[in-house]
Design a protein around this ligand. Structure first.
Ligand SMILES: *[C@@H]1O[C@H](CO)[C@@H](O)[C@H](O)[C@H]1NC(C)=O
Ligand SMILES: *[C@@H]1O[C@H](CO)[C@@H](O)[C@H](O)[C@H]1NC(C)=O
Ligand SMILES: *[C@@H]1O[C@H](CO)[C@@H](O)[C@H](O)[C@H]1NC(C)=O
Ligand SMILES: *[C@@H]1O[C@H](CO)[C@@H](O)[C@H](O)[C@H]1NC(C)=O
Length: 433
């Protein structure tokens, strides 16, 4: 019943959603949320703020929770194999006085845009909560045990700016035991590699927001000069070429797919997403996302390398009283109650692809003896509207003017913050289970 209702709700909203999204991103900068140049120096200038979308007379992106239909937050429940496995995702946030394992003072790997403490966020209550599953305990990330287990191993995080956000949390948690040594970074700090020397553990982050070959015509601030050209049949060699060197790979993607793009298959234009004014078929981004996720799993299944693969689901944002470009904010200081935030149309569309495709791949993986795991961060993240940088994406945003109009980031996560507990889940998935 639930499932059917969920699917039909998806269908009804699909058209509206597609139009809303596709109109929005035509030639639009879309800078704040997706460019995320990992500036190492605190970003004190506000000149990379977009003109509000309203001026372009387009429908705002339906990221505003008030516009969303009521949708059940489905997730994949543990298999009922008689072993009474706990459903780790069925739980709530409970007060926890011990706070975060690291701070902006103890971890030197926090990028300025997510360094909420360092950027002057005055409250710290958001670090004093723990995810508490209803019928079992989720242990905290045990960095020492993790490092011991991962001796001589190599890890990679492949994806977009939220992937990098997650990776920083991972590096910070481990650095409490032994500070990471950076082995490599590219000029934009989007591809990096670290080592934990005493454990001979290496950790890479790979910038590949579509996971597939994409020609992106954007500068470092995310200003776009032409549509993205996305090859839906070719995976991104930035990661495929290194795949055989990794023991553990975490993939995630999603949000970039709503950008205007021309889709190529066999180097021929197949259609597009959001390219009004051009004589191409609008295929919708779901089409490309599903195709690429399928290709990703095919690649994994056909690879000789027996890595452990983790797929992380896409994440929620929490803009209230507006969208990211129309003055939306996230001023809450405590977690939301269950049901207070519903999945947005975008999240529904992405999950509609992520969960079924994972389940199909999981069946293939078990036949082939491959290790494939789902890191579903949606249920616990959805109720943490208090965990985003908001205005504290910038260094002391109200220092000069208490009433300054600052664009909020209600998508990425403060470090430390609730995102650290994605790694509690990760530890459980790869070390304890
Ligand atoms: C960390 O944040 C505090 C404010 O919460 C600030 O006083 C301190 O200078 C910051 N440290 C670093 C290294 O940025
Ligand atoms: C470190 O780990 C790699 C495998 O990731 C291995 O090839 C190498 O020999 C190890 N180095 C040492 C010093 O043990
Ligand atoms: C659009 O493409 C179709 C089929 O490729 C073609 O028949 C039509 O003439 C094109 N229209 C314009 C305005 O170019
Ligand atoms: C946002 O809207 C809610 C009601 O929808 C209201 O209670 C709250 O005060 C508003 N917040 C801001 C910052 O305007």
């Amino acid at each position: 019943m639930k499932q059917n209702w969920w699917r039909s709700a998806y269908k009804q909203n699909h058209l509206v959603f597609k139009l809303g999204i596709s109109i929005l991103f035509v030639g639009f900068g879309f800078r704040l949320l997706f460019s995320q140049s990992p500036s190492v120096i605190p970003d004190v200038s506000d000149n990379n703020i977009d003109t509000p979308v309203a001026e372009k007379n387009v429908k705002p992106i339906p990221l505003d929770v008030s516009e969303s239909p009521k949708i059940e937050l489905n997730h994949i429940h543990p298999k009922d194999d008689g072993s009474e496995k706990c459903d780790i995702l069925d739980g709530e946030w409970v007060p926890y006085s011990r706070g975060a394992p690291y701070t902006n003072n103890t971890c030197r790997w926090i990028e300025s845009h997510q360094n909420c403490m360092g950027n002057g966020r005055p409250d710290t209550g958001y670090i004093n909560w723990r995810w508490s599953p209803k019928s079992c305990e989720l242990p905290r990330f045990d960095a020492k045990k993790f490092l011991e287990t991962m001796r001589d191993k190599s890890w990679a995080f492949v994806g977009d700016s939220i992937t990098r956000n997650h990776l920083q949390s991972f590096i910070c948690l481990l650095s409490e035991v032994e500070d990471a040594v950076e082995l490599f970074h590219d000029k934009d700090y989007k591809n990096r590699k670290w080592q934990f020397p005493s454990y001979n553990l290496t950790v890479s982050v790979i910038w590949s927001p579509f996971l597939a070959k994409a020609d992106i015509f954007e500068d470092i601030d995310g200003v776009s000069s032409s549509e993205i050209e996305l090859h839906i049949d070719i995976l991104d060699k930035t990661w495929t070429e290194q795949f055989h060197t990794w023991d553990y790979v975490l993939f995630s993607s999603g949000k970039w797919f709503i950008k205007t793009a021309i889709y190529f298959e066999e180097n021929t234009i197949l259609g597009c997403h959001g390219c009004e004014g051009k004589n191409f078929t609008d295929l919708g981004f779901n089409f490309a996302y599903r195709k690429i996720i399928k290709n990703l799993y095919d690649f994994i299944m056909n690879s000789k390398k027996q890595s452990t693969i983790i797929f992380r689901t896409s994440t929620p944002d929490h803009f209230e009283n507006g969208s990211w470009s129309t003055g939306g904010t996230c001023d809450r200081r405590v977690p939301a109650k269950e049901g207070e935030f519903e999945l947005t149309d975008l999240n529904i569309n992405l999950r509609e692809i992520e969960l079924p495709e994972f389940e199909k791949a999981e069946a293939r993986a078990s036949e082939k003896g491959k290790k494939l795991k789902l890191l579903d961060v949606m249920p616990l993240s959805l109720v943490r509207p208090d965990g985003h940088p908001g205005p504290y994406r910038h260094f002391y945003p109200f220092a000069k003017d208490k009433k300054a109009k600052v664009q909020y980031d209600c998508l990425h996560w403060c470090l430390p913050g609730p995102i650290d507990q994605w790694n509690d889940l990760l530890m459980k998935l790869v070390v304890d289970d």
